[in-house]
Design a protein. Sequence first.
Length: 184
Amino acid sequence: MDKYIETPLTKEKVKEIEAGDYVYLTGTIYTARDAAHKRMMEEMSDGKKLPFDMENQIIYYLGPTPNREGQVIGSAGPTTSSRMDKYAPALLEQGLTGMIGKGKRSKDVISSMKKNTAVYFAAVGGAGALLSQCIKKSEVIAYDDLGTEAVRKLYVENLPVITVIDCKGNNLYETAAEKFRVKK
């Protein structure tokens, strides 16, 4: 089912999203990859404030390529989500409600998603140039020294994602594989 969702991604909105739904996101989302996640965890351990309030927010696992003249951002394809698995539960505890990436998630992340009412979306890998057209504003807000892995605040319009894991733990990767096996 197609769903058009405006951020912030509240827990009430999350509860309406099911694995397999096509979702079009409009509003503010944030980017963070491995190095930014590591730094956020270090800052949390030191009692420092995170670069943005996680409550009802979405993190896109993205390290864009440099933008060309006249572009808001370069190619904006997802990175492999499992690299953020060791950090995700702590951010979900802080109120994060959505993650965008590609690939599978660990049992710990899925358990934390269920506990904290969050959802995992997949963006199509290899379609970064097309996805970048949905990004209307991009601003580095933290860790500029990390280059493409800096934390960015993005404004997106109808960013297309697929719900892979919903807040009940339903997992499209598993159900789709099972349907395929049954057909064979």
